[in-house]
Write a protein that binds this ligand. Structure first.
Ligand SMILES: Cc1cc2nc3c(=O)[nH]c(=O)nc-3n(C[C@H](O)[C@H](O)[C@H](O)COP(=O)(O)O)c2cc1C
Length: 214
């Protein structure tokens, strides 16, 4: 796959097949992700990969937590108007997907995120030391590599609200901070939640050209 095709073709997957992913395949994915750039080449990301019974146990505890605390998704009002617009467009699309499954938006997105969308594999990406930005380069590279390999992913922020459970269940060392969760699996081809495409602003919306008309 060409790099630009991978960049433009990757989408977040919110419906996975239960098919397990072989450890070698995940190792191959991480072998690609480790080539991400990092400040001073620190490579200070750490990845905890969970599947099977330990993941199931974590999902049960996450689900219990999300149902008890009901974290809300009403942060749109606090955002600047231009951000709010992007959020509202996304929300409209996701609401349609939720309704098609007979779920509320909260149940589909927040509860679904806490359950890692029932993917057969979840990765918790943590970092050591100061530079958390390196986690973003690592995760982005991993999402693109996964897409190239025919695997589906979604980067999840909501479950960080229960990172204490993630740390405890997966035995993540105390000197690491979990910054990103990624659900990984084969996309469910029969579900619209695996083919949903979000929109993007035009280049001019986010670009300031300097010195090009001299
Ligand atoms: C830092 C970050 C956190 C995210 N957290 C969630 C989440 O908790 N739940 C969710 O459904 N999607 C989450 N997403 C996915 C975004 O909604 C998605 O990337 C965005 O709408 C663009 O869609 P696309 O990835 O399909 O291109 C997150 C993405 C990022 C980068």
């Amino acid at each position: 796959m060409q790099t630009l095709d991978a960049i433009k073709g990757r989408t977040s997957i919110r419906a996975f097949l239960p098919t397990p992913i072989p450890q070698e395949t995940i190792a191959q994915l991480l072998d690609a992700a480790r080539w991400a750039p990092s400040g001073s080449n620190r490579q200070n990301w750490r990845v905890t990969v969970a599947t099977g019974a330990p993941l199931q146990r974590l999902v049960e505890r996450m689900d219990e937590r999300v149902r008890r605390h009901q974290p809300d998704m009403s942060n749109a009002a606090k955002e600047k108007p231009e951000v709010r617009q992007g959020l509202q467009t996304l929300r409209a699309g996701l609401t349609e997907l939720a309704e098609a499954q007979g779920k509320s938006l909260w149940e589909f997105i927040v509860r679904g995120s806490y359950r890692f969308f029932d993917a057969p594999v979840m990765l918790a990406v943590s970092h050591r030391g100061q530079n958390a930005a390196n986690v973003a380069t690592f995760v982005t590279t991993m999402l693109l590599a996964a897409h190239d390999m025919g695997l589906g992913t979604i980067w999840l922020g909501y479950p960080l609200g229960a990172s204490d459970l993630i740390v405890e269940e997966l035995g993540i060392p105390e000197d690491e901070k979990v910054r990103a969760i990624v659900a990984l699996g084969y996309p469910d081809p029969g579900s619209p939640a695996a083919t949903f495409r979000s929109s993007r602003d035009e280049v001019e919306t986010c670009t300031r050209w300097v010195g090009f008309e001299e």
